[in-house]
Design a protein. Structure first.
Length: 176
């Protein structure tokens, strides 16, 4: 549920190691991966480190620890290197937002959806919705997504079947 600005810069030439994720700010353990974010849209003074922990998954294709280890084995770099970069002429070139967005849209097409209705922000919406369905308390959800206000509540999509639960519960009490 991170913002794209925490991960990649607007362009490969505007990368800022104080704002985007560098390898020194990724900690891998047997439990998962911790991302130490020094800057975000809601915390721009660099006076706070926001930790986001991603647990390991038994499903290899979605395990963040395995993915990160694989990434650094394929694209080695020093501790100040961008996490998301491509090797170009012997140097690591930071991945830009537009390159990542184009790839994201290609993947959306592969699963049969219309890429024009999805953006990186869709991942924040989907993450908030899934976390809510999983019963995650709002305070943890708010922290994980680095929301300072309660605006995250507008991100949560309710299925129509869930909306019927409101009047169903009310009908149950009235009819009992």
């Amino acid at each position: 549920m991170l913002r794209a600005s925490n991960l990649v810069s607007r362009s490969s030439t505007s990368f800022n190691s104080r704002e985007q994720l560098i390898r020194d700010n990724v900690v891998v353990s047997e439990k998962g991966v911790s991302l130490l974010l020094k800057w975000s849209k809601t915390r721009q003074n660099h006076d706070y480190t926001h930790q986001v922990s991603l647990c390991c998954s038994v499903e290899p294709s979605i395990c963040p620890a395995r993915a990160y280890k694989h990434l650094v084995s394929l694209i080695p770099g020093d501790k100040n290197a961008p996490v998301f970069a491509l090797p170009v002429h012997g140097k690591l070139l930071p991945l830009s937002r537009s390159v990542l967005l184009n790839r994201f849209r290609e993947l959306i097409v592969l699963v049969g959806l219309d890429p024009s209705v999805y953006s990186f922000h869709s991942l924040r919406h989907g993450g908030a919705t899934l976390a809510t369905k999983a019963g995650i308390p709002e305070i943890l959800l708010k922290h994980h997504g680095d929301w300072r206000s309660d605006c995250f509540q507008t991100y949560i999509k309710q299925a129509s079947v869930d909306m019927y639960r409101v009047t169903s519960a009310m009908n149950y009490l009235i009819g009992s």
